[in-house]
Ligand binder design. Structure first.
Ligand SMILES: *Cc1c(COP(=O)(O)O)cnc(C)c1O
Length: 388
């Protein structure tokens, strides 16, 4: 029987150590707390991590901000349509509405739970301007198919890579693929965190420049540049009504340390995913798909689905785990079930049979780098008791 006296095991928890605390303390003591040398160093380190190759990284205060900047820089506006999966967080497509354009939600592949390229093809209209694949849980979408569709129809591609650090597709890191912009998230539960933060990466210098300018009020020079360059500090030009999306130096200091730890973080996530795979294999569960041989799954999430014939339904399993002090989550209530998206676009579940069925059967098990094997054994034991 599970031990109910153990402390609550959350579904996710950030892994912040003494090195992060020292780095943030140093940033606070430096006298420069907003966007400055640390944010620049973090952008450079991120570009280097992804392997350079003409890439530019633009640090922002959330992935949501980065996705907004990406679509804005691509000129998405009223009357345009942007295709995205229904099985994602609302941030992926709320930014489409910020710009007065319309997201067109489509179904996912039943195995990977990633956007289905055939569904993308079927959703293209003369108004379609862009595709936003989401690398669900840290597993890469079929980017060959998506980029081929985009080329064929002259569409832009903005990858929501909030789960995908580090993820590879055919041996290349997400961020280095041939899309227009890729956006990562450093939210508290993502594979690295800055508290709140994100990074937009692109190889297109014009998009990079537009995103940099729009990140900070549409000003032609940011504060750090003004305070360090030879032209007078007080002079700048506003070239557009921009946003306030810059990442602070305190957050960037945290990000620099987290990025250094990413290889160990990945190893730990891979270890935990492999243990779940091995220990849950006999249960009536559909386990998450692995990356194709030779590719990297970031294992941001470990999403299982109750198989047909399981003795308990999803809600009952979540409740029973919670009763045993184990936290879980659901990724996601698909967008077509949320009142705003459902009502605005008249969406019904029957249009998204795969995402809808997956939603009703799914839960995300605890998976975070500071979790011990013993913590994980609690989850495994509880699932065996409930479903075995
Ligand atoms: C977390 C997340 C976002 C938003 O990231 P923020 O940094 O919190 O803005 C966007 N899309 C997906 C799929 C996410 O999981």
């Amino acid at each position: 029987m599970s031990d109910t006296t153990l402390p609550f095991l959350p579904f996710a928890r950030p892994d912040i150590g003494d090195a992060e605390i020292a780095a943030v303390t140093e940033a606070l003591r430096s006298g420069w707390v907003t966007t400055g040398p640390k944010a620049r160093a973090f952008e450079q380190a991120f570009t280097d991590y992804l392997g350079g190759n003409g890439l530019q990284s633009i640090a922002v205060n959330s992935a949501t901000a980065g996705l907004h900047l990406a679509l804005e820089a691509l000129g998405i506006g009223p009357g345009d349509e942007v295709i995205a999966p229904t099985l994602t967080f609302t941030a992926t497509v709320e930014v489409v509405r910020y710009l007065g354009a319309d997201p067109v939600l489509v179904d996912v592949d039943p195995v990977t739970l990633n956007i289905d390229p055939e569904a993308i093809r079927a959703a293209i209209t003369p108004r379609t301007k862009a595709i936003m694949p989401v690398h669900y849980g840290g597993l890469a979408c079929d980017m060959d198919a998506i980029l081929a569709i985009a080329r064929e129809h002259g569409l832009k591609v903005v990858e929501d890579a909030a789960h995908a650090l580090p993820t590879t597709w055919k041996g290349r890191l997400v961020g280095q693929l041939d899309s227009d912009v890729t956006v990562f998230s450093f939210y508290a539960n993502k594979t690295i965190t800055t508290g709140e933060g994100g990074m937009a990466v692109t190889r297109d210098p014009k998009l990079a420049e537009r995103m940099r300018v729009m990140r900070l009020h549409g000003m032609s020079r940011d504060a750090f540049d003004r305070f360090t360059s030879k032209t007078p500090a007080w002079y700048y030009e506003v070239v557009a009504p921009g946003f306030k999306y810059n990442l602070t130096d305190t957050a960037a200091a945290l990000g620099l340390v987290q990025l250094q730890r990413l290889p160990q973080f990945l190893e730990r996530r891979q270890h935990l995913a492999a243990r779940y795979h091995a220990q849950l294999a006999g249960l009536p569960l559909v386990l998450p798909a692995d990356a194709p041989a030779g590719d990297v799954h970031a294992w941001h999430l470990y999403v299982v689905r109750l198989a047909l014939g399981a003795r308990l339904g999803r809600d009952a399993v979540i409740q029973a785990l919670s009763d045993r002090g184990i936290g879980t989550s659901v990724h996601y209530v698909p967008l077509h079930r949320h009142p705003y998206w459902r009502d605005r676009y008249g969406l019904v579940p029957a249009r998204f049979p795969q995402a809808d069925a997956a939603y009703q059967a799914m839960l995300s098990l605890p998976l975070f780098t500071a979790m011990t094997d013993a913590d994980q054994d609690r989850v495994i034991t509880a699932l065996h008791e409930l479903l075995g």
